[in-house]
Design a protein around this ligand. Structure first.
Ligand SMILES: [Zn+2]
Length: 287
């Protein structure tokens, strides 16, 4: 069921027998594979890493306010990012971490052990530390621009304390069922924020020689070892905390919420006011 071409492509990107790999994918960009792109990619990943390897996907499940129809996380909540994550969730033997908003799903030898260390008590991207320790492979299949960058950037922001240097929107979280069987409210205390600027790190990875490019099917793809990627992320973001922010002038996360980027706040507030004023007549017409 694993197409030999995809298996070869994944090997050329650096994936090895026994690896742990965190994958994000834009499945439609891969071309057309039987029985479908998601199943073909999962089968190929598993074939390359073998019975001692582990494949992982982010399976974020949404965040809301306690008073306004908040989400309730269960292990079967759909992942809000990526068709691949939802297909891995359906894979027999898949294990999902219990973090109520930023869970991941894993299948393979270490899935259960990795998932057990990512609960409501842990930071959203705290688990990436374990991936760096085991030098897991980080891989983007086709989504190099549409969903740019690696979760090692989130971990660098966490380690450098940037996820707490925010104008936090208090009260964001989700309900979840605890180990005691009762319903609990989880309120997020770290703010990973916008990741649309994580591709800003690509040129630094290339300069350091730690980024591998290739095709998976017809999808342009990137991969790197997490320890090497993280070393670059950490150095670049330590020197300039704004290096991984996106360039959207109306991005509330990058232009307003980050207290280490106060320089952009006046411009953001002015642009937002103009933006709202332009939309006001239409809103009034709609009543
Ligand atoms: Zn942004």
């Amino acid at each position: 069921m694993a197409p030999p071409r995809l298996v070869a492509d994944l090997g050329a990107l650096g994936l090895r027998d026994g690896d742990t790999v965190l994958v994000r994918a834009a499945l439609r960009s891969m071309g057309s594979w039987e029985p479908n792109n998601g199943a073909a990619l999962i089968a190929s990943l598993r074939e390359v890493v073998g019975p001692t390897g582990t494949i992982m996907c982010l399976a974020h499940s949404g965040v809301g306010r306690r008073r306004a129809s908040p989400p309730h996380f269960t292990p079967s909540s759909p992942a809000i990012i990526g068709g691949l994550a939802n297909m891995v969730l359906q894979t027999p033997g898949a294990v999902r971490s219990s973090h109520p908003t930023h869970s991941f799903v894993a299948v393979g030898a270490d899935a259960a052990r990795l998932a057990a260390a990512h609960t409501e008590r842990d930071a959203c991207f705290g688990f990436v530390g374990e991936l760096i320790e085991r030098d897991a492979l980080m891989m983007l299949v086709g989504c190099t621009e549409s969903g740019p960058g690696f979760s090692t950037v989130d971990f660098a922001q966490l380690e450098l304390g940037l996820v707490h240097r925010t104008r936090r929107r208090p009260g964001l979280g989700a309900y979840y069922t605890g180990a005691d069987g009762a319903e609990h409210w989880f309120e997020r205390t770290d703010e990973p924020g916008c990741s649309r600027g994580f591709g800003n790190l690509y040129r630094h990875y290339l300069r350091a020689g730690v980024l591998h490019a290739g095709d998976v099917g017809s999808a342009y793809s990137l991969a790197g070892r997490s320890a090497a990627l993280y070393a670059v992320d950490r150095q670049v973001i330590e020197a300039d905390p704004t290096a991984s922010l996106c360039d959207d002038p109306l991005c509330v996360s990058c232009r307003f919420q980050r207290t280490y980027n106060n320089r952009d706040v006046p411009g953001y507030v002015a642009r937002r006011a103009v933006h709202l004023a332009r939309r006001l007549p239409a809103r009034l017409r709609r009543g």
